[in-house]
Design a protein around this ligand. Structure first.
Ligand SMILES: Nc1ncnc2c1ncn2[C@@H]1O[C@H](COP(=O)(O)OP(=O)(O)OP(=O)(O)O)[C@@H](O)[C@H]1O
Length: 369
């Protein structure tokens, strides 16, 4: 017999559309999803972002109900959907699914595909199918078959099919990775618009930071089965919690130094290391766009400044034009390490050229090593 529990303690505002609490899953003694909790409101897109194998798909599969958790709970609109003893079956969770291999039914027409999960009268079903195909701009293909459509069009039919039964939650696993780059951005934007209009709560799994930045209201950064940071894309990008979180989003340079009197001394001058005890090794991490490059002036660089510190000497090893910016790799004279710098547009100094680098202090991250 089905039992329904109400969220405890009594919520002060309406319950989130989707809430997962302390979800954990082990395979053969290895924990692949480790105490994961998150909440998603209607109309909100949360991206579960992380490297391959970190447990994203397993999390999604537990929410969909095709995988059982070892511990933890899943709640939808304040009602328990699944814990370790109670389980609403997948088909009754009102969850839409969209995966990379979204496979339309080849023997069904476009209308048949979109109508697949619908119940109700023939007229109601037809009206909903027409509404969704109009919204994805494919009404003219209503009587066509999947093989007559391009990859992007098939993707839009799959989206219409997933949204047709008005799911309360949409789970998407790398749904755009099968599309070529040219199509992808347009389809992402259209999909986002439609999901927002339908007020669906979306959990989208991706390993691509750009996709998460483009789609998400909130990013949950996942590593080794755990969510290491959660927040608006801007916050996750600009206030990373550790070195790996910086380098997941972009190239990252690193200096190792030791703290003395809340300062870390480096060839680029001092860096503030507030709250880190003396004698601790720290990693000073910074992105290539926050390195400033100056020309050599008779064997020295620019004078020190409070915002950029001291200039360190480097020799150009390689310079490449990347389209909207140039990437220059320097071999540093003080320790032979490599530091990467990017500058907008075209800047391609010759290998062997001596230059001086400074680092923008307010864009650096200092982490205990
Ligand atoms: N049924 C299973 N049996 C054993 N191990 C599994 C099973 N399903 C997943 N795993 C393991 O759990 C780990 C997490 O897998 P999962 O598919 O959730 O990762 P992911 O972050 O989605 O990766 P990707 O982006 O490559 O799909 C992997 O090491 C995987 O091999």
């Amino acid at each position: 017999m089905e039992h329904v529990r109400t969220a405890q303690p009594a919520p002060t505002r309406s319950a989130p559309r989707l809430e997962i609490r302390n979800l954990t899953r082990r395979f053969h003694g290895r924990t692949v999803v480790d105490d994961v909790s998150l909440m998603i409101e209607p109309g909100q897109v949360t991206c579960l972002l992380g490297p391959s194998g970190c447990g994203k798909s397993t999390t999604l599969r537990m929410i969909a109900g095709v995988e059982m958790q070892d511990s933890g709970e899943i709640w939808v609109d304040g009602k328990l959907v699944c814990d370790t003893v109670f389980r609403v079956p997948p088909e009754r969770r009102e969850i839409g699914l969209m995966f990379q291999d979204f496979a339309l039914f080849p023997h069904l027409s476009v209308a048949g595909n979109v109508a697949y999960g619908l119940t109700g009268s023939r007229d109601d079903k037809r009206a909903r199918v027409e509404e969704l195909l109009r919204r994805v701009d494919l009404l003219q293909f209503i009587d066509g078959y999947p093989h007559q459509l391009s990859g992007g069009e098939q993707q839009r039919v799959a989206l219409a099919r997933a949204l047709a039964p008005r799911p309360r939650i949409m789970l998407m696993d790398e749904p755009f990775s099968g599309l070529d780059n040219r199509l992808r951005d347009g389809i992402r934007d259209e999909t986002l618009t439609l999901l927002k209009e339908e007020d669906t709560a979306v959990l989208l799994v991706t390993h691509e930071p750009e996709e998460a930045m483009r789609m998400a209201d909130e990013i949950a950064l996942m590593r080794d089965g755990r969510i290491v940071q959660q927040g608006a894309p801007y916050n996750v990008y600009t206030r990373p919690v550790d070195r790996a979180s910086v380098s997941f989003f972009s190239d990252a340079n690193m200096l190792r130094a030791q703290v003395n009197g809340a300062l870390a001394q480096t060839p680029f001058g001092q860096f503030l290391a507030p709250g880190i005890p003396d004698g601790t090794d720290v990693d000073i991490v910074f992105r290539p766009q926050h390195v400033r490059i100056d020309f050599d002036r008779g064997g020295s660089g620019p004078l020190p400044t409070p915002t950029d510190g001291v200039a360190a000497r480097g020799v150009v090893e390689r310079a490449r034009f990347m389209g909207h910016e140039s990437l220059i790799e320097f071999r540093m004279s003080h320790d032979a390490s490599v530091i990467k710098a990017t500058v907008p547009n075209v800047f391609l100094p010759a290998p062997g050229k001596v230059m001086w680098l400074t680092i923008r202090r307010n864009r650096c991250f200092v982490f205990a090593a």
